[in-house]
Structures are given as C-alpha cells and as structure tokens.
Design a protein around this ligand. Structure first.
Ligand SMILES: *Cc1c(COP(=O)(O)O)cnc(C)c1O
Length: 377
C-alpha cells in the first residue's frame, strides 16, 4: 500500500508511537448529561492531574463552553495554570489547600483553598485578618474516609465555627465518599448522616459531597454542588449498570514490524509466550512507559478493524507484541495503526484486564503520544 492511500492520521502517526485523540464534544456532552442528572445542583469540573491526563488546557475551555464555571484542582500549581485558562468569574478550588506558607499565593491568583486541617484554617484566617479581606475558602470535613478534612476531634478543638472562620468567607462545606461506586455499601449512608450532622454546625453554608458516582446515588447525595471528574472523561460511574457517558479518548498505536514465527518460537521478555504453530506477530510502538500497564502482559488486546488481537507475551517499555494471525497481511504494514482505545475497547475494559480502575489507565496515558483534540468549537 502506498503512503497516499493510507488515512492521513496513520501517516502522521509515524513520528510517534501512537495518536491519542481526545473528543472534546464527548466531554462537553458528558458534562451536560451530568447537569441533567444533578437535578438542580451546580456541576463542577474536576481538573486534577491535568484533567485526568487528557490535557487541562484543552479540556477546561470545552467545559467552559458547556457552561461550567466551577473547577477543582489538587495542587496550587495546577490552580495557577488553570487561572490563565478559564474566565475570571470561574471559581477554582484547590483540594489540598495551602501547604504551610503558601496562603498568599492563593490570593494573587484568585484561588479558593479547601481547608483540611486546623493549621490551614488558622493560616487562612490569619491571612484574611492581616489583609482585612474576607477571602473565600472551602472547609472539608472527614465524614468517614479518613483521608482529608477536619476530623471530629479537630472540629471539637476548634470550637464555634463563627469564631475560627471569623475573618474569612467560607463558601462551601464539603466531604468525600469512600464507596460511592458501590451503591449498596453501608458506608455511603453513614457518611451522609455524619455530613448532615456536621452541616448543622455550619448553617447556611452551601454543601458538596458527590463525586461522579455519587451523582447517581440519588438526590440525597447531591446537595448544592457536585464534583465529577471521571464521568466527564467517560469512565462508568456505576460499574454494575450500563455506562450512560461517552468515551472521550481513543488511542491508535503504530505498527513497527510484523513477522511470522513457527511452533516453539518464543515472544518477548521472559519467553512467556511460545507459539503452538505458525503465527504472525505485530510489534506496536507503545509500552509500559506510555502507561500501557505491564500487568496487561499476555492478558490485554488491541483491535484491528474491529477484530480482537491478543497481546502475546510481556509488555515492554516501548513496545507490545500482538498475535495478529487472524488479520489479512495487507492490513498490517509498518506505520499502520491498531486500536488500543476506541469504539471497540473502553478504558474501563482495559482497566479490568489490568486489575485496576479506569482512572489509573487514563491518568497514566503517556506524554510521548501525538495528541489530537477533535470537534473543538
Ligand atoms: C478526585 C475527586 C473528585 C472527583 O472524583 P471522580 O470520582 O473522578 O468523579 C471529587 N472530589 C474530591 C475531593 C476528589 O478528590
């Protein structure tokens, strides 16, 4: 096949191992679906880890166009970067709050810290008092996950909220669920009850408890603001129900070489795959350094024109070997691509085969790919 006959994306992939395509329309559609399901609660966009690896600089504007004006990052630096991307009237919450000594950075960049411990509370309140400005902050409380937020002991020690928040402007009371993707888990109701009990001590403060999965736990979990991340990017928020969201990524990997091997020939590190007859093996230019987890050795697969081709042997750092015996030879020339993510293979499926979750597969997708953003308007 000559180069001109190939689809253009194949020819252009030749300098990289793969093309990662991010569908911004799908992300916007997912946002709108979440707005519908949120039943009147405001819907934020969670942007941490560079929008779950998909590229905050392109994803955030797409969400803005879909109507999103509230964002969450994990770190101050992520918030500072996002400030230059979204409109000035957008709220940017920083989940980890101000590390000691950084409160002033929040003021300069218009970021809202999520205060998680008494030290952060004191530092923010003191800064507000010093500046004579009631600066916005969120307060996170631990309702049963034991990861972030003020504990019961912290709350007791701090005393009356109106005192320890006297100089600042608390705009959100939030907590996070440990088991939202397991609708039947008893901790969900326990965390909600604990959150309600704490809320009584912060009258009139808007509240937020729900991540993606909790949006689907029912109206009791949505409060005033929901904070989806994963669902925006197509991950199924309810693992036991059909996925109502659109997959936002596809990954097409370039074929480097194709060879024919005979019975007894081994493939890859550790010789873990040994052919039981004549086989054709295609080597693609994606490996575990690109986030295609080594746990997928001998388990995962790719697709060629919708036909499943299993991974043969161990995933290497920069390459993977596929058993393509079932595919016509003309379809498998060096430079052509196979589907690792796309219409035939969902992130959640890859994750299940690797023994992990879609979040980890997405956030690890490598920096070496050529990245395309489609349907940007
Ligand atoms: C990551 C995170 C979210 C988003 O969770 P998803 O499951 O991706 O929707 C919401 N809130 C907090 C506190 C988080 O850390």
């Amino acid at each position: 096949m000559n180069a001109a006959a190939r689809p253009s994306h194949v020819a252009q992939a030749a300098r990289n191992g793969a093309v990662l395509t991010v569908d911004l329309d799908a992300i916007a559609a997912n946002y709108r679906l979440l707005v519908e399901r949120a039943g009147g609660a405001a819907v934020a966009g969670v942007m941490k880890a560079d929008a779950y690896g998909l590229g905050m600089a392109r994803v955030a504007p797409a969400l803005v166009r879909a109507g999103c004006r509230v964002f969450f990052t994990a770190h101050v630096d992520e918030g500072i970067r996002l400030r230059d991307i979204v409109p000035a009237d957008s709220a940017i919450y920083v989940l980890h709050g101000p590390p000691p000594g950084t409160a002033a950075d929040f003021v300069g960049h218009g970021l809202i810290p999520v205060l998680n411990d008494p030290g952060q509370v004191r530092e923010w309140n003191a800064l507000c008092a010093r500046l004579g400005r009631r600066l916005a902050c969120a307060v996170q409380v631990d309702s049963g996950m034991s990861r972030m937020g003020l504990s019961s002991a912290d709350l007791a020690a701090l005393g009356e909220a109106r005192d320890w928040l006297a100089a600042c402007e608390p705009v959100l009371l939030m907590s996070h669920l440990a088991c939202a993707d397991m609708p039947g888990h008893p901790l969900n109701a326990r965390q909600r009850a604990r959150f309600d009990a704490i809320r009584a001590r912060f009258p009139a403060m808007p509240a937020s408890l729900a991540n993606s999965s909790a949006v689907f736990l029912g109206p009791d979990f949505r409060y005033d603001l929901v904070r989806p991340g994963a669902a925006l990017y197509g991950i199924n928020p309810q693992p036991d129900a059909p996925n109502p969201l659109r997959q936002a990524v596809s990954l097409d990997a370039r074929i480097v070489q194709v060879r024919t091997i005979e019975a007894g020939d081994a493939v890859g590190y550790g010789a873990r795959y040994v052919a039981d007859g004549t086989r054709r093996i295609a080597t693609i230019a994606v490996g575990y350094a690109d986030g295609w987890l080594r746990a997928l050795s001998g388990r995962g697969c790719a697709y060629v024109d919708g036909v499943r081709v299993p991974i043969a042997g161990t995933v290497s750092m920069d390459s993977i070997t596929l058993d393509v015996t079932g595919i016509p030879e003309a379809r498998l020339q060096p430079g052509m691509t196979v589907e690792l993510l796309g219409p035939h293979q969902h992130v959640d499926q890859v994750a299940a085969e690797a023994g992990t979750i879609g979040y980890e597969v997405l956030t690890r997708l490598g920096a070496r790919f050529e990245r395309r953003y489609v349907h940007e308007r």
